[in-house]
Design a protein around this ligand. Structure first.
Ligand code: FES
Ligand code: FES
Length: 161
C-alpha cells in the first residue's frame, strides 16, 4: 500500500492505496464521493470524467497513485459556493439535458472543460467534444443544447427534441 495525498474540490485528502487502485475507486470507495460514476469497464462511457490539474480525465484510466499531489475536481465541487447549481448544471436542468442522470456527472465535467477551452463552441464542436461521453437515454440533442445555452448562446433556433 502507498500513501497518496491530493486536493479534491479544494480539500486536502489522503489515503492508502494499492498500485492497482484506480482514481475513480479512490474517489468513490475511499472518499465516498459517489457522484463520479462508473458506467463501463472499457474506458468508453465517460461517466467517470473528473478534472486532474485542470484537464478532463476519465478517472477509470488513471491509477490513484498517479494523482498523488494533483488537484482534482469532481461533480461534487461543481455547484456554486452557496449550494445553487452552476451555470452548466442549471442549463442541463433547463434544457432537459438528462433523463436517468447516470451519464450527467461526466457530461457536466466534460462540458466544463470544453467551455474553458472554447467558450462559444458551435453545435458540431460540442458534438465532437462529447465523443468520449456516452448517454444511453437522451439522444444527446438536449445535452448539446444545454451546453450551448451554458455558453451564453441563443439556442431558441435549435429545435426541441
Ligand atoms: Fe470510465 Fe466508463 S467508467 S469511461
Ligand atoms: Fe441516462 Fe444519459 S441521461 S445515460
Amino acid at each position: 500500500m502507498t500513501k497518496v495525498t491530493m486536493t479534491v474540490n479544494g480539500k486536502t485528502v489522503s489515503g492508502e492505496v494499492e498500485g492497482r487502485t484506480l482514481l475513480v475507486q479512490f474517489l468513490r470507495d475511499d472518499l465516498r464521493m459517489t457522484g463520479t460514476h462508473v458506467g463501463c469497464d472499457t474506458s468508453q462511457c465517460g461517466a467517470c470524467v473528473v478534472h486532474v490539474n485542470g484537464e478532463p480525465v476519465k478517472a477509470c484510466t488513471m491509477f490513484a497513485n498517479e494523482a498523488d499531489g494533483a488537484t482534482v475536481s469532481t461533480i461534487e465541487g461543481m455547484a456554486n459556493a452557496d449550494g445553487s447549481l452552476s451555470v452548466i448544471q442549471q442549463a442541463f436542468q433547463d434544457h432537459h439535458g438528462l433523463q436517468c442522470g447516470f451519464c450527467t456527472p461526466g457530461m457536466v465535467m466534460s462540458a466544463a472543460a470544453l467551455l474553458k477551452e472554447n467558450p462559444r463552441p458551435t453545435e458540431s464542436e460540442v458534438r465532437d467534444y462529447l465523443e468520449g461521453n456516452i448517454c444511453r437515454c437522451t439522444g444527446y440533442h438536449n445535452i448539446v443544447k444545454a451546453i450551448m445555452a451554458a455558453s451564453g448562446q441563443d439556442v431558441s433556433q435549435i429545435a426541441a427534441q
